[in-house]
Write a protein that binds this ligand. Sequence first.
Ligand SMILES: Nc1ncnc2[nH]cnc12
Ligand SMILES: [Zn+2]
Length: 340
Amino acid sequence: MNQFIYGLPKAELHLHIEGTLEPQMMFDLAQRNHLSLPFESVADVQNSYHLSNLQSFLDLYYQGAQVLCTDQDFYDLTWAYLQKCYQQNVRHTEIFFDPQTHGDRGIDFPVVYHGIQSALQDAKTYLNISSHLILCFLRDLSAEAAMNTLEQALPYQDGIIAVGLDSAELHNPPSKFQQVFERAKSEGFLTVAHGGEEAGADYIWSAINLLQVSRIDHGVRCTEDPALVTYLAQQQIPLTVCPLSNVKLGVFPDINSHNVKQLLELGLCVTINSDDPAYFGGYINENYLAVQEALNFTNSQLIQLAKNSFMASFLSQAEKDKYLAEIENHEYNGRGGFPS
Ligand SMILES: Nc1ncnc2[nH]cnc12
Ligand SMILES: [Zn+2]
């Protein structure tokens, strides 16, 4: 393990909590909830992960999520991820959750919310990890369903900083959710959206122009439109890039062809994230390591990526400054270490 990457204070801004469901936990929760799985063993689950594109992944992801039933299940899932954060020196995390994935099978919004939120609070108390929660609408479902979900979230708004858009991107453009996002904004939520993962630059433009997003999740296909690249750099609209995910889902043929270094060198505010680590073969440090080994980032570029992660976050300026100072310190020491 590269000690420099390991010890670098990092923020994670693109993480689906349902995508942290490791095969062992899938088995444990299925047993606890008396559910049967179409797998014999943990190895069987891993062998079933033949990912070729976004939809092939989403089918597995929604199937896996069915073992999550009680607030304790959501707590355990989130706590396991936060322990990973602690081990990998993630000091702040902004987590997506998909209430519609659970509501559609009878698990009510408060169950999901309370389970996740109590783990986040415990992480602040016991692990000194700060966090924000982002509610994602499933873009392959209707705008009415999204509006309904937004209304269910209103009583919990104190604990949800933003809304986002995930799931099958193609044929589900940002324009479909313009009214929902306008309502969310008027209620005081910030906005983000997946874009430029499966679909092209036009979806990124409309996420910016119609949904008024603060950052784009993925966004790597922005290079198909040079005017967009210029705009993203000028406006410093962050991209939450997920290298291992992009390779597993065929957005790039291999890690050597990934454009994250090119984007950084073009002056975009890019960040490194893990997306769905239980499915894509690594948490945040494995993502940093993969691009570092393939693309040879300098230490100062790695530091820039870590700084970007805090600058692109929804932390207050004072909190950002505190974390940026920690990074400066890491740079000065030039070596890793466990969080104190
Ligand atoms: N990478 C991704 N893209 C779209 N929807 C998702 N849901 C979970 N991970 C996703
Ligand atoms: Zn994602």
